[in-house]
Write a protein that binds this ligand. Sequence first.
Ligand code: ADP
Ligand code: MG
Ligand code: MG
Length: 211
Amino acid sequence: DPVVDAAYARRWLALATAAVEREADRLTELDSAIGDADHGTNLRRGFTAASAAVEKDPPGTPGGVLALVGRQLIGSVGGASGPLYGTLLRGAGKHLGDAETASPEELCGALRAGLEGVARLGGAAAGDKTMLDALFPAVDAMAFSLDSGAGLVAALGAARIAADEGAAATVPMLARKGRASYLGERSVGHQDPGATSSALLVTALAEAAEG
Ligand code: ADP
Ligand code: MG
Ligand code: MG
């Protein structure tokens, strides 16, 4: 298994940016059903800015990369997802501090810390049909897997499956946070755009580890 270092964080960013680019139209389409049809556009803008910033002045630690990406998302995305994903990544980056490498357990703890920041900021709970419905199961699956003795690749493989399942599980949910909540019952029957993009970001974490 690879080490979690700055190069790993940059591989994740490259894969995440490519996935957002590739899936932008689908994300915007999902957001057109229960939101304002800009989720793909928002994330494309954010990840393009983040990639440019990291390329211009590459941080030497994984925490530095994640925190810089987080700051760029907060600064460049107008929609709710910018501050939410920004809080996740900046929080995870800060948690990793200035260590040159992190263990899989430390990465998992950092993601958990970032996620708690998202829940505080957005006030959403599991089952509210948001990005948290993909991210909480992903971090739980990663932690469970590591506890059972798995390494980084296997643990992130489990996280990826849990994120995909979590995103799919938002379809029958009634939205209680964000724009989709304005639709009430009409939000039922559509997959949440943010949970869908979260699954892409977790998949990129797994692929970056597979090398
Ligand atoms: P906006 O709704 O401002 O246009 P986006 O379309 O980019 O922003 O992002 C919408 C996504 O943000 C939703 O699909 C949902 O997953 C997520 N989201 C919205 N509000 C919250 C919240 N309070 N907590 C967690 N996630 C949220
Ligand atoms: Mg939107
Ligand atoms: Mg918007």
